[in-house]
Design a protein around this ligand. Sequence first.
Ligand SMILES: NC(=O)c1ccc[n+]([C@@H]2O[C@H](COP(=O)([O-])OP(=O)(O)OC[C@H]3O[C@@H](n4cnc5c(N)ncnc54)[C@H](O)[C@@H]3O)[C@@H](O)[C@H]2O)c1
Length: 362
Amino acid sequence: MSVSRFVARAARASTRITPVSSFTKPAVVSIARSFSSNNNKLSNADPLVVATEVPISSYEGGKVQRNTIAVTEVEQAHEVAVEEVPEKVVPLTRALYNQMPPHMQKMTLMDKVVVVTGGARGLGNFMARACVEAGAKAIIIFDANQELGDSSAHHLHQLTDNKIPIEFLQVDVRDENAINDAVKAVVDRHGAPDVLINSAGIADSNIPAETYDTVMFRRLIDINLTGSFLVSQAIGKSMIAANKPGSIVLVASMSGSIVNYPQEQSCYNASKAGVIQLGKSLGAEWAKYNIRVNCISPGYMDTALNNVPALDAQKVIWKSLTPQNRLGAVDDLNGLAVFLGSDASAFMTGSNVIIDGGYTLY
Ligand SMILES: NC(=O)c1ccc[n+]([C@@H]2O[C@H](COP(=O)([O-])OP(=O)(O)OC[C@H]3O[C@@H](n4cnc5c(N)ncnc54)[C@H](O)[C@@H]3O)[C@@H](O)[C@H]2O)c1
């Protein structure tokens, strides 16, 4: 095992008993930051660079203004609270879009039709809201939960002041026939979708591999991995048939790249590794059709998926192992989802972007 891995593991082990606030202190830091003695420039004998003020030159209207700010002592790091997400969705209007400079226009989803699976709640629902604000002309939610899906679609429509069509289709992502019929219905009404955000997924955790029920194992793979494939295939086919460029965004997880600690969840981790590799494969295969496929891999997010009392103790550990010392907010994927759906990411395909508050850095 490499030294850095050993150190990281030691750090993880120490969190079992160490309170959150003192986690980043002594033993680990002193090992990780020791400099090589061959590097004179970085030798410990050098005086510390400590400025008392910072000069600023501001160029505005052809003139320069020079200022300084006094340097204050570094404040103690504090925990950043996850902010309440405002209940407001403001659709991007054509008039506003027309005023945007070209680069900003590229970062929108103006006039695009967006399908979001798992959009009845959680991360999918908030990415759908962001797509409305980025100019999408219609949002179509595919979700297995009829009641929740219907009420979320209604709610989102109201939040847009009834301006943007929001549709909900009850689809289980394991059901190939239902998916194909649902996609056909979308194409008939809106034409082939421009963007798919595949967020439907489930998680099982705290199940040791040696006792994992194989029926549960197959079910999770069926939803998270096969479901991602089936929906991508159906939407991809509609894009190909319409000869239309498109963007598919698969919500994977950092668990597809690392093994979570301390909970045992081999199946979830394997399913998400599969989603990442699926995204790369589809990205390579469908580049010839001008269809891009990328993955978002979130770290621990503060959603209903994790809102289980049995996970409370583990959340303390998850936070302590996350440099930003928080779980992700439910809207923390929004910016990336819009970017990946937009033409601003035109040269990106097969990528897997991790958004985890730094968790995978350790
Ligand atoms: N919350 C996290 O910490 C976290 C971290 C990494 C990745 N993710 C991934 O992000 C995605 C969304 O997670 P979330 O936290 O918003 O979860 P969530 O449980 O809040 O929402 C998931 C949605 O998917 C729907 N769904 C579940 N099974 C389905 C099926 N068979 N067919 C159609 N719809 C189905 C649910 O009804 C629900 O609306 C999932 O793929 C999850 O694995 C979540």
